[in-house]
Design a protein around this ligand. Structure first.
Ligand SMILES: O=C([O-])C(=O)C[C@H](O)[C@@H](O)C(=O)[O-]
Length: 368
């Protein structure tokens, strides 16, 4: 059926992310704000089908695919096959699955579960804000309570306050205090920590020692990944019998280096971004990761829509340990087919990504 379709036009629209609250700083950068707008791209075919997806980065050159047969640029078994069409990665997956009348996760292979655990990735350094009257620990606990009420049963806590925002030792002490307080308030929740590369290997080990009784699920981006530091960390975890996993590969991923570290047994989970790394790239690399015994958990921060894409990827490709949840809503897209209950996100069985675009198409079509 895909052979009956030729790409007829590429148009754009805008969708808006709205967080439930202002999201503050992490170890690396300042305030993340209350939301932002993103480009959505719509691909239509001469037979009347359409699909859409979000784009991070430029659409330059994508107009070159207009007029070409769909199967010239997209292989349902692999994804995008022409680099000019890579910005259309999600739109083409949506389009192909819609034409084939199958959910995106079926197109991807249906190798995972259609119910995936998800965690709140929105527990930032809100204790430090506002600058003139910092709200302290209570702000972090209030954020956890808000996300728990929204259906999350796991939290990723940002750590590394001493990297930029507090004096080093005071920041370290606050990271420990926050982790212990959240564990105490939520004894059954899954807890993850993310230093956004704001620690050194030694500080990471010190931190893990200080919260050794908090049963952390994973430590993410403790420092810029390199073999010697990761080996120290690995040896520490092994010698203490810790179950904490090491997750990395979100920030400026270097694929050959990550595969080398994974093959050396130094990483447990790889985190490349679901959209900017891309679905086609994840389809290519996932069998290798599965063979190495390394799991995936695509970075989804920024947009609730990316959480839904990551959940489709988990259900389709398998080998996804858990999905990063971005609390909030999307204006311009109907996400109601997805339900989060007790920490589990149910992926719908409707065709494509099952996210109707409700925002108007912008007048400046990329190509027709
Ligand atoms: O794991 C995460 O969600 C992140 O590290 C997101 C970062 O906090 C955020 O600054 C970003 O992606 O720009």
């Amino acid at each position: 059926m895909l052979a009956d379709h030729r790409i007829a036009s590429i148009e754009t629209s805008r969708v808006s992310t709205r967080y439930p609250r202002n999201v503050g700083r992490n170890a690396r950068i300042g305030n993340h704000g209350t939301g932002f707008d993103t480009t959505a791209v719509i691909v239509r075919t001469d037979a009347g089908a359409s699909g859409w997806g979000v784009v991070e980065g430029s659409l330059d050159g994508a107009d070159a695919v207009v007029g070409r047969p769909l199967l010239d640029v997209f292989d349902p078994a692999a994804g995008v096959t022409d680099t000019a069409a890579l910005p259309l990665d999600f739109a083409l997956h949506d389009l192909a699955a819609t034409i084939l009348d199958v959910p995106a996760h079926t197109l991807l292979g249906g190798l995972g579960e259609s119910e995936v655990t998800t965690y709140s990735g929105a527990i930032y350094f809100d204790d430090l804000d506002p600058d003139d009257a910092p709200r302290g620990l209570e702000a972090v606990l209030a954020n956890c309570a808000e996300d728990w009420a929204a259906g999350f049963r796991a939290f990723k806590l940002k750590i590394g306050r001493g990297n930029r925002w507090m004096e080093t030792e005071a920041g370290f002490a606050r990271d420990v205090e926050v982790t212990r307080a959240v564990r105490e308030a939520y004894p059954d929740a899954r807890l993850l920590v993310d230093a956004n590369n704001g620690f050194s290997p030694e500080r990471t080990i010190r931190f893990l020692t200080a919260v050794a009784d908090c049963d952390l699920f994973w430590v993410e981006e403790p420092f810029q990944e390199e073999a010697d530091g990761l080996r120290l960390l690995r040896d520490h975890l092994a010698s203490t019998g810790s179950r904490t996993l090491v997750a990395d590969g979100e920030f400026e991923p270097d694929e050959p280096q990550l595969l080398e570290l994974a093959a050396a047994g130094l990483l447990d989970v790889l985190l490349m971004d679901v959209v900017s790394y891309g679905l086609t790239a994840w389809r290519r690399i996932m069998p290798t990761l599965a063979e190495l015994g390394v799991a995936a958990s695509p970075h989804a921060w920024g947009m609730p829509l990316k959480t839904l894409y990551a959940a489709q990827m988990a259900a389709g490709l398998g080998n996804v340990l858990t999905v990063e949840g971005v609390p909030g809503r999307t204006e311009g897209a109907d996400t109601s087919a997805y339900a989060l209950t007790d920490g589990v996100l149910a992926v719908p069985d409707a065709p494509g990504f099952a996210i109707p675009l409700t925002a108007p198409v912008t007048t400046d079509a990329v190509a027709r």
